[in-house]
Write a protein that binds this ligand. Structure first.
Ligand code: UDP
Length: 490
């Protein structure tokens, strides 16, 4: 398609503008949603702070461009905005994080508003802005510009319910006076304090700032016309049913399933992938490898990394371990492997800084996933039918671990709640690894459950599945908004 005909086509397409935040865990679900609606004939602009753009372009500068790239029946383009953070936050000033986030917000509001207004001048007026819960103020920009807004909730529906009940003070939560109080919420299992998102347990520091931002989203929950959730009805049946009586919730996950008919190189990696790990997996026997990743932010501390390394070494089990240096803005520190570790492991283990996780999880050699239980990683494990070893670090990961192990029954627990206070010894790790790779009946049951969830996930996104119906309803709503706008302007 030449540029002139692309231009004519793009102005007649419904334009959906997605706003992500820093972090792969937010970029991925937003871009996956973008691919999903683009494939149905819409023009999608993926936007995020410029520092995210820089990382994405460093991985693939030919794809992360502002010119629309065809995707399915629609198109995707990228346009980033300045939030005044061209330099990362200095972690030593983490106590000023609140102030820094305020500054980002002020600058982000100005530049994003300008970019959104410019879309009209460039012949692609925006029909809908989709934000994520870490940028609640985007809802206010949408409202001030008279553009409908939808929220993409990138955690589980259970976490949505927890934040909702906490924010509106609907049930008692742990407090300074009762720090270990159980939390009882409708349509959910009883939650121990250590099963709660850790943001709710901290009243100072980095996590308390993220808590304030997240709760701001709940304070303006009436602004988005719908709340899309990257989960599926069958997985969180009761809590979805309960919360959708209160809020306009629509489960549309797992978002990671691409239309197999669409071959597109568009990906949103912020770190270069080490592709040779797939070749390495090809060389390993079926169901023999433990895949280890703690996501894009968390890094276990030096002592813990050493214990994991020795646990792996002593277990004799094959592993693929993602050791990504922590982002500069985080509180996590880089770690090194024990001396001589790699030579002792030989060909039985592989360390990479980043891998194509979805591809890794669906590889037949992968038996288990030792995960920090980020919601994307959880949904990817569920979609691939891979059982997990839960090792939550912070945020919603503690709640996801509780669900993966006790509710979805597809995993074992390496640790409870947030990590940091307790070191898990090499012996415990070795024991857990041996258990996970044994042919114990408990493990067989977990594998069966993981397989069952995979099937249900596939059904949810297949034609007439619960998520497919909800996505179609969203797309139809966008088309109506667009048609109404065109009528008004005619
Ligand atoms: N991921 C990846 N390659 C890696 C490690 C992680 O592509 O080597 C992706 C993973 O597939 C997931 C995202 O990074 O989509 C991490 O999101 P998650 O919510 O699991 O954790 P977070 O990074 O937000 O803590």
């Amino acid at each position: 398609m030449d540029f002139a005909s692309q231009n004519t086509k793009k102005s007649s397409l419904v334009h959906v503008f997605l706003v992500a935040f820093t972090g792969q865990g937010i970029v991925n679900p937003l871009l996956r949603l973008g691919k999903c609606v683009a494939s149905k004939g819409m023009l999608v602009t993926f936007s995020a702070p410029e520092r995210v753009g820089k990382e994405m372009r460093a991985v693939d500068e030919n794809l992360i461009i502002d010119k629309p790239t065809p995707y399915g029946d629609g198109m995707i383009r990228f346009e980033f905005f300045e939030d005044g953070s061209s330099d990362y936050v200095d972690p030593s000033k983490i106590n000023d994080f609140d102030l820094v986030m305020e500054m980002f917000e002020q600058a982000g509001r100005r530049s994003l508003t300008k970019i959104l207004k410019k879309q009209d001048d460039e012949g692609r007026p925006v029909s809908c802005i989709v934000n994520n819960p870490f940028f609640p103020w985007v809802c206010e920009i949408a409202e001030s510009l008279g553009i409908p807004n939808a929220l993409l909730w990138i955690q589980s529906c259970a976490c949505f319910s927890i934040y909702y009940h906490y924010n509106f003070n609907l049930v008692p939560f742990p407090s300074e006076f009762e720090p270990e109080k159980d939390v009882i919420l409708p349509s959910m299992p009883v939650l121990k304090y250590y099963d709660l998102p850790t943001f709710l347990l901290h009243s100072s520091g980095f996590e308390s700032v993220l808590k304030r931002i997240m709760l701001n989203q709940f304070n303006i929950l009436s602004k988005p016309f719908c709340i899309l959730v990257d989960s599926f009805q069958e997985l969180e049946h009761e809590v979805v049913r309960h919360m959708s009586k209160i809020c306009p919730i629509r489960t549309i996950g797992p978002l990671l399933f691409n239309d197999p008919k669409i071959i597109s190189p568009i990906r949103g990696d912020c770190t270069k992938i080490e592709e040779d790990c797939i070749e390495w997996l090809d060389s390993r026997p079926t169901s023999s490898v433990v895949y280890i990743s703690f996501g894009s932010v968390a890094v276990p501390d030096q002592e813990q990394a050493g214990e994991i390394a020795f646990g792996l070494l002593n277990s004799g089990i094959s592993f693929l371990w993602v050791m990504k240096p922590p982002p500069a803005y985080s509180v996590f520190q880089p770690v090194v492997l024990p001396d001589g570790f790699l030579s002792k492991v030989g060909g039985r283990g592989k360390i990479v800084t980043w891998c194509p996780q979805e591809q890794v999880l669906s590889h037949p050699s992968v038996a288990f996933f030792l995960t920090h239980c980020g919601w994307n990683s959880s949904m990817e494990a569920i979609s691939s039918g891979v059982p997990i070893m839960a090792y939550p670090q912070w945020g919603d990961q503690a709640t996801n671990a509780k669900y993966l192990v006790d509710v979805f029954k597809m995993g074992i627990r390496l640790s409870r709640g947030e990590n940091g206070s307790k070191i898990i010894t090499r012996e415990e790790i070795e024991k857990c690894l041996r258990e996970a790779t044994s042919d114990d009946s408990k493990v067989a049951e977990m594998k069966e459950n993981a397989h069952k969830w995979k099937k249900q996930a596939e059904e949810a996104v297949a034609e007439r599945g619960s998520s497919a119906i909800n996505i179609q309803a969203f797309v139809d709503e966008l088309k109506n908004i667009h048609a109404k706008k065109q009528e008004e302007n005619a």
